[in-house]
Design a binder for this molecule. Sequence first.
Ligand SMILES: Nc1ncnc2c1ncn2[C@@H]1O[C@H](COP(=O)(O)OP(=O)(O)OP(=O)(O)O)[C@@H](O)[C@H]1O
Length: 567
Amino acid sequence: MNKLKTLFNTEVIAWLKLCMKGKWSALTVIILLNVILSLGGAAQAIVSKQVIDHAVNDSLKQSAMYAVSFALIMIAQLVLSSLLTLRTVKLKEAMNNDLQRNFMDRLYKTEWKAVGRYHSGDLLTHLTSDVASVTDGLIATLPGILSLVVQFATAFLTLLYFDKTLALFAFLLGPVSVVISWFIGRKLKKMQHQIQAAESRYRSLLHECIQNFLIVKTFEHEDDSLQKVRGAQQNRLFWVLKRTRFNVAADLTMGTGYRLGFFLAFIWGAYRISTGAASFGMFTAFLQLVGQIQGPLEGLARSFPILIAMVTSAERLIVFQQLTPENKKAIPPMPADRVTGLRLDHVAYSYEPGKPILTDASLTIQPGELIALIGTSGEGKTTLLRLLLALIKPSHGDISLTALGRERIALSADTRPYFSYVPQGNTLFSGTIADNLKIGHPSATEKEMNDALEAACARSFVEKLPEGLHTVIGEHGSGLSEGQAQRIAIARALLRPAPILLLDEATSALDMDTEWAVLQNIRSFQPRRTCIAITHRLSVFDVCDHIYRLSEGRLYREQKELAVRSE
Ligand SMILES: Nc1ncnc2c1ncn2[C@@H]1O[C@H](COP(=O)(O)OP(=O)(O)OP(=O)(O)O)[C@@H](O)[C@H]1O
């Protein structure tokens, strides 16, 4: 019983049922079509017996009538199997899309840190091959198994009617096949986990190689990179071949058994004709029915690896279902004109136990202030912004928003609408510049977009582009310079109706004059924003109200002159 549980545990079954929600009626149609097609096989055998027996007995008219029925059954089978293909593909695609959307939704709703532990290639493997394997198992293989069982049962009953000895022989084949399949399945499940892990590693590597294409090329790392790809391919190949060898050996063993069975049935039928116990028609029906008993058994054995793959993939996907979701309620975002300040009280944070990044950081920012956050690389400046965005939670201390004329609001995932963020690096999507800007404010008008671009000192270059706002840019803003991409990212953040703007080295690629102008514009941008700008540039200090230095886990207010000297 325990072994049974390890193969199909209740958690997997419950999850698979959840996947089927709203799709039972479509699946029932597929199952029915499968069953009708299976019954057609036995009907064909019975009719074919009549065709031959009537022909042998010179009742040609009767034989022709049965021949027409035979042809009609075949046509009906063709039509139904085409319908089955259409229905199956439709349901499979619907399920695939639902599962992928659910998976993405789950990722978006999970804590940032938990998702960050996974490689993007690994996530893609879950999204594609694991989802496909579950869909295939549920929509194609399971109804297929049911139809094989029906086919086996009807063929068995018909055979029982024609020849009891042969039916008994065929009946014994069933349990033997199931037991063999079971043992094969248990071994396969272990292999399947290894294959999916190897597949994930391989995809992650490919993903990274493509993402870092420029580094590979300019560092002339092509050979090493290809060597790594080859290594990952060999690992994957090892497991795929191991599984294939196992499958082939299992197929060979079972196939030999089935062919031997068919041969014995053939000899038995010939013997029965020679003794006059069977007619020619019965012999033909005989062979068809034996085929229809062995076919399902072989089919069941072949379906087993697919079911195992489905269960393995379901187990891999369930892990994501169990990740801690963010505790986020849908609260209406605060309008940008409600300027908000910030307060940090003795905040501590560490990514890993015993390695504190922030130890005792305190800070008060008045609504509308522009703050420069400085500190040596790796001190924890970005970590501080992640805390503000509630992507991570402080291990100690409090962070709160201090809205004008309002009580303090403790920071949580619910307060994310209060923030607009420009992270480090190029974060543009492929699409038009307008598409990118609308991520900040989906209903932004052309004027609002132009105003934001103006503030980010981006309007003049955007207007010179062939299609202006509607110019299509490539992945990661390809087609734009680094500084241009940064300015569009700033305009996007300004469009978001959030009172606090967080800039993480968002102006690092700009020349000093443009950087200065952008920050001045942010100061006067309406509605007014409170802004924290992480920077290493002295030119920024002049525009800021205050400068804070992060050092050894604490925040220190700096005099502008001192900050300039020490930077
Ligand atoms: N996801 C993470 N998991 C574990 N440690 C992390 C993670 N992100 C950052 N760290 C560590 O936290 C420390 C602070 O990183 P952070 O990115 O906040 O520094 P920073 O001051 O912004 O650096 P820089 O100026 O170079 O951008 C670093 O030692 C870094 O290794």
